[in-house]
Design a protein around this ligand. Structure first.
Ligand code: ZN
Length: 375
């Protein structure tokens, strides 16, 4: 084939243009991996904390008392090594069900636990012993749903690891046709609202080292903050409601619904200050002792009967309510199977249980992986 001078010029110009364009877009085409190594020899290690700022993503973590900080591109992956072992693209991770559904039907398998309070190892052991995850911490529950009924925050010292692992499972479950639900508890809302009375001393040091308050680490511009602010307070799967503390008669009398409660929390309770919550009758009702993140009536209100629980169940159109928040030694069945208590004192770091619902059979499952049929 003969090339004319004109053709050659066109080809050379074309190639040159292609090279210029490739160089210009090269950084966007190659995704870099930000490796997070959290050494746990002597000092404090924690993180990463991921923040979004217009076009950049900044990542901060502490390894052996040293603060690391870097900017990354939206296409970059972050890899949390050792332990959690999770590789993700921050924006993609958030895009996954950014506002999850609050109601599901025809779910065959459900596993539930509550009130982890930074006890990461115990949480992992429980899930692994009961084949929700494999020995490497990866999702192995197929199309099953895992429901975590709040209070991952406060008291313990492995809150960050727990939250990242939940996010990892959420991504893996989604791919497998399953789901991981995280519901907000009172301690989660406290941290988001800047009430830091119960954080472990480690996190006071983490905050000092990053130069931010602990609440700022979970602010609107953070990956964790954005995710948590989209988590619901009440979830229905089949004929069961899951909620941190419980739904009281006050919820029925004020005409609450699952959607209404979740919306009010996300628009008016999270990130709102105490005074304006107090100034509103409805917000006070939801945010305080009769509300779904603080209520203890199922355990303490001696006037409650099966009939009064039935009117709550009837109002929300379910047969059972599963709650955490009030600590028990094991999964407890109350009010003749109407209420299940799933806070099994994991916070003490010694023991804990899962509540497993498998094709309408209810079990409690322990650290030894043995299931005991409840009914
Ligand atoms: Zn609680």
């Amino acid at each position: 084939m003969k090339l004319t001078v004109r053709k050659s010029i066109v080809i050379i110009t074309g190639v040159a243009l292609a090279i210029i364009l490739a160089l210009k877009f090269y950084p966007r085409l190659t995704s870099h991996v930000v490796e997070i190594d959290l050494l746990s020899e002597a000092g404090i290690s924690d993180g990463p904390y991921v923040f979004f700022d217009n076009k950049t993503t900044s990542v901060q973590w502490i390894s052996n008392d040293s603060l690391f900080k870097l900017e990354s591109k939206p296409s970059d992956y972050i890899h949390i090594g050792e332990g959690v072992d999770f590789k993700f693209q921050p924006k993609q991770l958030l895009a996954l069900n950014s506002r999850p559904e609050n109601q599901y039907d025809q779910v065959d398998k459900i596993a539930t636990l509550s009130d982890i309070h930074g006890q990461y190892e115990l949480y992992i052991q429980l899930l692994e012993a009961n084949h929700i995850i494999d020995a490497k911490g990866n999702w192995s529950y197929g199309k099953g749903h895992l429901v975590i009924i709040g209070d991952a925050f406060d008291r313990g010292e492995k809150v960050t690891e727990t939250l990242w692992h939940i996010l990892k499972l959420r991504q893996q479950a989604d791919k497998a046709g399953g789901k991981v639900h995280y519901l907000l508890g009172n301690h989660d809302v406290m941290v988001l609202n800047g009430d830091l009375r119960y954080i472990h001393d480690k996190y006071k040091t983490v905050a000092e080292q990053t130069g931010l308050s602990y609440a700022q680490l979970f602010a609107h511009n953070s990956l964790m903050g954005q995710w948590l602010r989209n988590c619901p307070v009440v979830l229905r799967i089949n004929n069961i409601i899951f909620n941190h503390a419980g739904l009281s008669m006050a919820m029925v009398n004020s005409g609450q619904t699952i959607d209404k409660i979740n919306n009010t929390f996300s628009t008016s309770i999270i990130d709102n200050n105490k005074d304006s919550i107090r100034a509103s009758e409805e917000l006070s009702l939801l945010a305080r002792s009769q509300g779904p993140i603080w209520y203890r009536g199922y355990f303490r209100d001696t006037t409650l009967t099966n009939a009064s629980i039935d009117s709550i169940l009837h109002h929300f159109n379910v047969n059972h309510i599963v709650v955490g928040h009030t600590s028990m030694e094991q999964v407890e069945v109350l009010f003749d199977k109407r209420i299940l208590a799933a806070d099994t004192s994991i916070k003490r770091g010694e023991n804990g249980e899962l509540l497993i619902i498998d094709n309408n059979r209810f079990y409690r499952a322990g650290l030894d992986g043995k299931k005991e049929l409840l009914w």
